[in-house]
Each structure stands twice: as structure tokens, then as C-alpha cells.
Design a binder for this molecule. Structure first.
Ligand code: FRU
Length: 434
């Protein structure tokens, strides 16, 4: 508590600015990201190498629970339900991304999970493959799945000719489909599959299209990872997602404050590290009509990917979380694979400031930098993730692809601290720790 009081005093009033304009986009600057550092408060616990495979014949990565419309954890006749990206282990570890489907899991106790397979018709689903999303159970008992429909990245050898160079083809669009959910003695399954629909596409104004991306390239384009969110303070609904800015110019604000700018020079190509966190307002009850709004935050010049963005609300405090990688930091900057957080006050559109001054909330330890990934902070501050590429006792990298142990993160204003560890894949009822 002492740390909190003293650091709060040092933060300018704008950290809790209650009113910003509707088109305000917060910034994660180079100056802020330069402060990213592993400490005892933000380093993830070491992965236990005695892990079980939650679905032995599948690679399992990005995971999300079935949530009610208000974000609380849904239960279906006493079962918890989770979804995760899956691909058969017959494909290589690196190949899994281009063969990804969404698998379903269920559990009575939130710790031991049964894999129920891919719950939808892969011929009806959109995209060559499907990437991350969220799942919302509405008041009629329908499961609304939101996911990323991705084009075939391997078509034409994975590249496409665009004016004067070969560029990666991986167009992403945001899709939805609804289902009924049945629980009986055979377990849990989805039935009555609705039509799969595209609900969001990059507009080229706030969010970079694949054609705009192809002009400059850089890692991979992004318009993905929809997160359904109902704001408890206003009742309004949104889809929040990972995007990239079409404005690939590092503005003074992207660098830092005036003092910092006097001495900091921005390395070449930093402008193509143009991540942002996108938002669209939901206009209808079925979540099929949406309106794109300006991004909540951007990291142009700082980081290329703000993946799987999600929100946790505590009264009038808004925590905007996102996962990011070492390799997606712009030249001249670095940080661990981890979950990063931004703190805003008074509303969803806020003057977000990086938590702990840098943004880092949980990062992989320096001696095991790729052990886990894709952290998702649930409303009760329990954080789920998957075991990625941990090093064994001999220092050899293992490809894991299974649920990681849950970890608690303690949020205290704009500060956080990694707390107690739970069981692999454990999802406690929301609110349990509040
Ligand atoms: C995060 C992520 C997501 C994407 C998926 C692709 O781990 O990169 O952004 O949906 O994995 O496999």
C-alpha cells in the first residue's frame, strides 16, 4: 500500500481523466515501453514440466471460457465450458496456426477438463481456418461464438505479389455464429448451428486493411481476436479486437514527452510496428450489426501486435489488457512475452496509462522466455494461459500446447502484482476472489 500511495502522488492528474472525447485514442509510447522490466511483481511463475495434455492428440493454445452477457462465468447444468484453438498433433508445432479450429472443453470442477472436439461444421465456418475469439451465452440460452476467419496463408506459397514485392497473405475478418448448447449424460455439445456471418472488416481508416499492410509488410497484418464486452456502467455492448493503424507515422506523442523527444531518435522502420486495440459498437441484440469506432489505444512506433485485447472493470476503473511478444517490439525496444495492461478511469474510452508505468503485468521469466503465452485476465483476476515452448531441465525447448496453471493477479489501481498459482486450466467462478 505504501508503494501505491507514493507512486500515485507522482502521477500527473491525466492518469484518471474522467472525460475524453469519443474519438480519443490513448497511446503506449516508446518512452513508456522503454520502462518495461521484469521484477518480482510481474514475473510469471515457472511452468511445471510435469504437465498433462488436456487433449492428447491436439495442440491447444489460446483459451477462453463461456461467459454470460455481463461477463460472468456461465455454467451449463453445473458444467463450466471453455473454448480453445486446437490443431491435430499430426501437424508440426509451427504449422498449427494455419490449421487452427476452435475446440470445446467442459468441466464440473473447473480443473479437470474433457475435450469435446470441434463443436461446429468446419465446412460452414468462415475462413480457411479460425483464430481466437470469445463466447457469450445470451439470455435465450444461445451460445454466440465470435472468432477470426483467416484466409489461407499458404496459398501461392504463402506469399502474394503486390505491385513490386512478395507479401504475406493472411487476411483476417471477424465472424460470429450462434448455437444451442445441450448437456446430457453424453456430456456437452453445440447443436442447431446458425449461419456463420462476417460482422467486422478492416475499414482502411481506423484499421489497416491487408492491401494497406502489403505496401510496407512487417510480421503479419492484424484484424482479429474479437472480445465481446458489455460495459457494466452503461449497459452498452462492444466488440474489442486487435488491429493495426493505417497511419504509419510515428507522431511526437508516440515517442514520449517533450523532454524525452529531445534526445530520443526513432530507428528506421519503427513506424511499421503499428499495433492498436480496436473497438466496434454493437447496434443490435443479436450482435450482427456493428459500427467501427476509433481505436482505444495505439502503439505505433512501439509494438506491432496488441493481441487478444480484453477488459476487466472494477467500479469506474477500466483495465484494458493485451498480450504481446518480444519479437513484435519496434526496433530499439524490447520486453518479454507477456500480458500488458492499461489503466483508465471513468469510462471505457479513457486516457489509458500503462500499468506499473511500463505496461507489463505478467511476463515470462528471462531464463524461460517462451514458456507460456496468451494470458487472459478473467473478471475475478484469475489469469489463464497455455504452456507454449518451455525449456526442460536440460535447457531443451519442448512444444507443449496445453492449459497452463492459473495464476492470480492482484490489481490495485494502476499497479499489479502476480499472486498465487492454481491448478492447470483452473477456471474459478467469477467473483470468487473479489
Ligand atoms: C495469440 C494469437 C492470436 C491469434 C492466434 C493464432 O496467441 O496470435 O492473436 O488469434 O494466436 O494462432
Amino acid at each position: 500500500a505504501t508503494i501505491l500511495a507514493s507512486s500515485l502522488a507522482a502521477i500527473p492528474v491525466s492518469a484518471s481523466s474522467p472525460s475524453v472525447s469519443d474519438d480519443f485514442t490513448a497511446i503506449w509510447s516508446r518512452q513508456q515501453a522503454e520502462k518495461v522490466k521484469l521484477t518480482s511483481e510481474n514475473t510469471a511463475p515457472e511452468v511445471d514440466m510435469n504437465f498433462d495434455l488436456v487433449a492428447p492428440d491436439q495442440w491447444v493454445w489460446d483459451t477462453w471460457p463461456l461467459q454470460n452477457r455481463d461477463g460472468s462465468l456461465a455454467t451449463i447444468k453445473g458444467y463450466k465450458v471453455a473454448f480453445a484453438l486446437v490443431a491435430p498433433r499430426t501437424y508440426g508445432w509451427g504449422e498449427r496456426h494455419t490449421h487452427a479450429r476452435i475446440g470445446m472443453f467442459y468441466s464440473k470442477n473447473g480443473k479437470d477438463w474433457t475435450y469435446a472436439g470441434v463443436p461446429y461444421n468446419t465446412d460452414k465456418a468462415l475462413g480457411h481456418h479460425q483464430w481466437a475469439g470469445t463466447a457469450m451465452l445470451d439470455e435465450k440460452g444461445k451460445v454466440n461464438l465470435f472468432y477470426t476467419a483467416v484466409t489461407d496463408m499458404n496459398a501461392n506459397g504463402g506469399k502474394e505479389w503486390n505491385e513490386d514485392n512478395w507479401v504475406l497473405r493472411a487476411e483476417q475478418r471477424i465472424a460470429t455464429a450462434s448455437f444451442d448448447i445441450v448437456a446430457d449424460k453424453e456430456g456437452i455439445r453445440l447443436t442447431n448451428e446458425g449461419e456463420h456471418k462476417i460482422i467486422l472488416e478492416a475499414d482502411g481508416k481506423y484499421y489497416e486493411t491487408i492491401e494497406q499492410f502489403q505496401k510496407h509488410g512487417n510480421i503479419i497484418s492484424a484484424f482479429r481476436d474479437p472480445f465481446f464486452f458489455q460495459d457494466p456502467n452503461t449497459g452498452k455492448e462492444y466488440i474489442i479486437f486487435e488491429g493495426q493503424s493505417p497511419n504509419t507515422t510515428v507522431k511526437p506523442e508516440n515517442i514520449g514527452d517533450e523532454e524525452y523527444r529531445k534526445t530520443h531518435s526513432v530507428p528506421d522502420r519503427a513506424q511499421y510496428y503499428n499495433g492498436n486495440i480496436g473497438i466496434a459498437e454493437v447496434l443490435d441484440h443479436d450482435v450482427t450489426k456493428l459500427k467501427l469506432l476509433p481505436p482505444l489505444i495505439e502503439s505505433v512506433g512501439t509494438n506491432h501486435q496488441l493481441e487478444r485485447p480484453h477488459v476487466v472493470v472494477n467500479g469506474d476503473e477500466y483495465y484494458l489488457f493485451t498480450i504481446s511478444h518480444t519479437f513484435t517490439y519496434a526496433p530499439g525496444l524490447t520486453g518479454p512475452d507477456g500480458v500488458y495492461g492499461f489503466y483508465g478511469k471513468g469510462g471505457l474510452r479513457a486516457d489509458y496509462k500503462p500499468m506499473n508505468e511500463s505496461g507489463l503485468v505478467i511476463g515470462n521469466p528471462a531464463n524461460n522466455p517462451y514458456q507460456a503465452y496468451s494470458w487472459l485476465v478473467l473478471p475475478n483476476q484469475q489469469v489463464i494461459s497455455f504452456i507454449n515452448e518451455p525449456r526442460d531441465a536440460n535447457g531443451n525447448v519442448q512444444f507443449a500446447g496445453t492449459f497452463n496453471a492459473t495464476v492470480k493477479v492482484n490489481l490495485n489501481g494502476d499497479k499489479s502484482e502476480v499472486g498465487k498459482e492454481g491448478k492447470a486450466g483452473e477456471i474459478k467462478p467469477f467473483g470468487a476472489n473479489r
